[in-house]
Ligand binder design. Sequence first.
Ligand code: 5GP
Length: 183
Amino acid sequence: MSMPSYPDISRVLYTAQEIEDRVKELAHAISQDFSGQDVVLIGVLRGSFVFLADLCRQISIPVAIDFVACSSYGASSVSGGNLSITKDVSGVVQGRSLILVEDIVDTGLTLRELKLFMESKQPHSVHIISLLDKPSRRKMEVTVDYIGFTIPDEFVVGYGLDYDERFRHLPYIGVLKPEVYNK
Ligand code: 5GP
């Protein structure tokens, strides 16, 4: 199958096939590690929706699915690490094994705050899985329990990740040409 190419993408970092293979490995690890537990996968909207959809279908133990959405209080106040939850989980999480499903960890601010927020609901445990990790830009220490791929400091799109709500539907992960966001 030929890969759709876009003039705004400078190169493909991970093909659909490479992502599929890695997602299977991650799902296998989760199925083993959480066997016998009451698991809720919590997708962090919107970027994780493709990853979550593929991941959950490769998991072989029973899991529930829920979502949260958040936004930082504004670009300049990000240093405070304050996050506003714009959509809370819908179901019960108390006493359950939560796995936050994220598309990418960059500075770590989002997941650090989200983890604290989830821990305040008295779950059994909170773990984190992220498809991508950009460790070079970390500002907040946060333990990411499962990582798909570690990537360099470049702005990537596709497989759920957007730039200005575009490119989420690309089946691969690609590097966006800097001239697109420097315009
Ligand atoms: P953090 O709080 O870890 O800095 O932010 C994580 C969020 O920043 C991700 O959920 C994502 O929305 C955004 N982000 C960080 N790096 C990238 C990137 O390379 N591409 C895209 N599309 N979003 C990114």
